[in-house]
Design a protein around this ligand. Structure first.
Ligand SMILES: Nc1ncnc2c1ncn2[C@@H]1O[C@H](COP(=O)(O)OP(=O)(O)OP(=O)(O)O)[C@@H](O)[C@H]1O
Ligand code: SF4
Ligand SMILES: [Mg+2]
Length: 375
């Protein structure tokens, strides 16, 4: 079964499918999440802020905590905080790049936003609607509009279906085009994604990684989405093919007015494709700003260290590589205060005790660090 098929399951099949796949939340996970939400400390009520009319997606205080240890009765006693109170918004037709070291929660953030797994807490407003409050039927109706492209184009495609059928499967289930026009529509989508017509009858194993990723992109875009999470879509591809796929994503964004979250380890790619960039560390956003602002003036010591490794083609700009000391702490037992304090060269006493506020320091440049005024 393809991932897109999972996106279109009727309500009563969701739990059965989840037993065979990690793509949808299981009943057990839903229960654990509810238990966790209750167990969490009560947060003081925040005055509700109006939604930004220009934002297609607005994420507020999103959390995804996985039970890490259970007691004798199977009740969770400790949690892995993969996404820990993340807030941001993305304007329609733009791209937010998400960067951070392996294990910092990028994929979990993307999957939780798409409700492929239940959130522990927080809101995800898609076009003004909190999708965490939708019932399964309402969510299924919305799924075509919110798609994901995975890192591994080998495992994302069903090996038993020809390309035309893979791309058309969810289109047919959602009745996005009349049955009689399905083949013509699929061929049109294939063409726009650089796939020749004769691929229609062929099987995924006959293609290279780059061609398979084009098939994945065509499968997602055939559903006429408005929002796509691209989770390391070029990491598994040869460098020579990466630029072609990035350009395809950019072209399709322009043509279809798409809004992207683009997750990547490759900061040069992120700089090229993103309008805004968010930097994650141990489940939290530590900095968020326009691409120009964050690359020219990284404010958080972690961002500074991460970006110092990017080669600068401009001979007038020099950057000294900052090597971070120490390992990334466990997200099960994250350091108190600022989570980055165990590796930060600027650490002060307050950093070990008080978590810095995630604040706007002008022009929407948000940072969580005690080096900057907190009030
Ligand atoms: N289903 C799960 N159950 C328990 N822990 C999980 C689950 N999914 C992810 N995690 C944990 O959550 C943390 C964040 O994982 P995630 O895959 O989101 O990181 P990532 O930033 O995407 O990493 P990478 O760059 O390697 O892809 C990790 O510690 C991971 O082990
Ligand atoms: S809050 Fe302190 S420890 Fe954290 S990044 Fe800023 S200076 Fe470093
Ligand atoms: Mg990942």
């Amino acid at each position: 079964m393809s991932d897109e098929t999972l996106n279109t399951l009727p309500a009563d099949e969701e739990n059965a499918a989840a037993e065979n796949s990690s793509a949808l939340p299981s009943a057990v996970e839903e229960e654990e999440t509810a238990a966790l939400a209750q167990a969490e400390e009560e947060q003081p009520e925040e005055e509700a802020q109006p939604l930004d009319p220009n934002a297609l997606l607005e994420v507020r205080h999103l959390k995804k905590h996985f039970p890490a240890k259970k007691d004798f009765f199977g009740r969770p006693v400790s949690f892995l905080k993969a996404v820990d109170d993340v807030s941001f918004k993305i304007e329609k037709g733009t791209t937010l790049g998400i960067v951070g070291e392996s294990g910092c929660g990028k994929t979990t953030l993307g999957r939780t936003i798409l409700r492929l797994q239940p959130a522990t807490d927080g809101e995800v407003y898609f076009d003004g609607v909190d999708i965490n409050k939708l019932n399964t039927k309402q969510m299924n109706a919305l799924r075509p509009q919110m798609q994901i492209i995975f890192q591994d184009p080998y495992s994302s495609l069903s090996p038993r279906m020809p390309v035309g059928e893979i791309i058309g499967e969810a289109v047919a289930q959602h009745k996005l085009v009349p049955k009689t026009e399905l083949k013509e529509y699929v061929l049109e989508v294939m063409k726009s994604c650089g796939l020749p017509y004769h691929y229609y009858e062929r099987y995924p194993h006959e293609f290279s990684g780059g061609q398979r990723q084009r098939i994945c992109i065509a499968t997602a875009l055939a559903l006429k989405p408005r929002f796509v999470v691209c989770d390391e879509p070029v990491s598994a591809l040869d460098v020579s093919i990466q630029a072609q796929i990035i350009n395809l994503l950019k072209d399709m964004q322009e043509k279809m007015g798409l809004t992207y979250i683009f997750i990547s380890h490759d900061l040069s790619v992120v700089e090229h494709i993103s309008n805004k960039v968010g930097v994650m560390y141990l489940g939290s956003l530590v900095e968020y700003a326009s691409t120009g602002d964050i690359f020219d003036n990284p404010m958080h010591p972690y961002t500074e260290a991460l970006f110092s490794a990017v080669p600068i083609p401009d001979p007038d700009r020099h950057s000294k590589r900052i090597i971070l000391s120490g390992d990334i702490p466990s997200p099960i037992n994250a350091p108190a205060g600022c989570k980055f304090h165990t590796r930060c060269n600027h650490c002060m006493d307050i950093c070990r005790e008080v978590a810095p506020k995630f604040k706007d320091y002008g022009n929407g440049h948000m940072v969580a660090c005690h080096l900057y005024p907190q009030d």
